[in-house]
Design a binder for this molecule. Structure first.
Ligand code: PMP
Ligand code: GLU
Length: 402
């Protein structure tokens, strides 16, 4: 029986998440005893800070065990508005906040709420793997704008304007960016905002989940540019800043009519997010912030380490990421090579070769819309980074032109 035929069109047009797939593959190999170093999935390797865990334990004892409001507890939404004011200089009311099961659900909810069949959504490439898939799920059409390594993987205002058509509904912008680590400056944001002011029907999802993993120390929010607050769906959450990926709490801040629409969807699909995790997230926003800076410094040290080691691998072209915890080197000089057993034709072949030969899990750039590059997450120990890059260098040394 061809069971594929019995699945919905919507599922059949969806690709699996390449980041999660590679991570699972690496976990399976590890379980079989293969000494894999996993640089595939991007998540902080630190435990959640103790005061946040304590708040969750107390929440259980205080019986925060029932359904929360769909958009999240009012006091958590209030804490988020204070965070936005304190750290970003942005004024929102709690009615303009919706808390969801991770930033991922926030992005997908906003896409679902705004994109209709045939609407175009501009996505600068390289992009996070899930954006185009979310657009396809909503029946929209992803329109990619290629930002190359020479332009530090950042879309220029001219490129953006050129991609806009009467069907354009949305731009999805990620800064600091996954997978490139690029950070848009305030000036660059202003450039994009100027284009948006000329196109009043285009909205923006500003994915700021890596806000605090920023080595420039200045985070630019598009919503702060003139006229942009009413057009922006700002997405953020606790996953990366507070090492809370498993707790599944993210939020979006947007005009109330958008928040209402996203909450309506959430009410039919998942209800409000986990009650205990919401209390933990509140402790994260209201509590001491030193932990965020400590983790940021550790990521910066690892960034410096991985950049210097990757630059020592012949044939790699490496930019210096200003944020997030990914390195996205160009590896296309290895296309058309072989070690006698594997033939490398593209970035996925290259990533699979590294897994097989060097036992290092990475993700090919194809899934991020950049088939000449591959992604390494450096959210792991210095020792793992050293050992992984040593193995990669050795494996690359075995590749010869076909
Ligand atoms: N946006 C980007 C760019 C990400 O890298 C991630 C992490 N996978 C998310 C959103 C989703 O974050 P969360 O774990 O909070 O759903
Ligand atoms: N942000 C992570 C990554 O890109 C998580 C995996 C995912 O949600 O796709 O690796």
């Amino acid at each position: 029986m061809n069971t594929q035929q019995h699945l919905s069109d919507c599922v059949n047009r969806l690709s699996p998440s390449a980041t999660l797939a590679m991570s699972q593959r690496s976990a399976e190999l590890k379980a079989k005893g293969v000494p894999v170093i996993n640089l595939s999935v991007g998540e902080p390797d630190f435990p959640t800070p103790a005061h946040i865990k304590q708040a969750a334990k107390e929440a259980i004892d205080q019986n925060f065990t029932t359904y929360s409001p769909v958009a999240g507890y009012a006091d958590l939404r209030e804490s988020i508005t204070q965070k936005l004011q304190r750290e970003n200089g942005l004024s929102y009311t709690k009615e303009e906040i919706c808390v969801s099961n991770g930033a991922k659900q926030c992005v997908s909810g906003a896409v679902m709420a705004l994109v209709s069949e045939g609407d175009e959504v501009i996505i600068p490439a390289p992009y996070w793997v899930s954006y185009p898939q979310m657009v396809l799920l909503a029946g929209g059409k992803p329109v990619f704008v290629e930002a190359t390594i020479d332009q530090d993987f950042k879309m220029t205002p001219a490129q953006f304007e050129e991609a806009i058509t009467p069907r354009t509904r949305l731009l999805i912008l990620c800064s600091p960016c996954n997978p490139t680590g690029s950070v848009y400056t305030q000036e660059e944001m202003e450039g994009l905002a100027a284009v948006l002011r000329r196109h009043p029907d285009v909205y923006v999802i500003a994915d700021e989940i890596y806000e605090h993993i920023n080595y420039t120390r200045t985070h630019a929010s598009l919503a702060r540019c003139e006229g942009m607050r009413e057009r922006t769906i700002l997405v953020n959450g606790v996953s990366k800043a507070y090492a809370m990926t498993g707790w599944r709490i993210g939020y979006l801040a947007a005009p109330q009519w958008i928040v209402k629409a996203v909450s309506k969807l959430q009410g039919q699909q998942t209800s409000g997010p986990c009650s205990v995790s919401q209390r933990a997230a509140m402790a994260a926003y209201d509590g001491p912030q030193e932990c965020v800076e400590e983790m940021r410094q550790a990521f910066q040290r690892r960034r410096d380490l991985i950049v210097s080691l990757a630059r020592g691998v012949p044939g790699f072209e490496v930019n210096v990421p200003q944020g997030a915890f990914y390195l996205f080197p160009k590896c296309s000089s290895y296309f058309g090579t072989t070690d006698g057993r594997h033939v490398i034709q593209n970035a996925t072949d290259f990533a699979l070769y590294l897994l097989d030969e060097a036992h290092v899990a990475t993700v090919g750039g194809d899934a991020f819309g950049s088939p000449e590059c591959f992604r390494m997450s450096y959210a792991t120990s210095d020792d793992n980074i050293r050992e992984a890059l040593c193995r990669i260098r050795e494996a690359c040394g075995k590749l010869k032109k076909v």
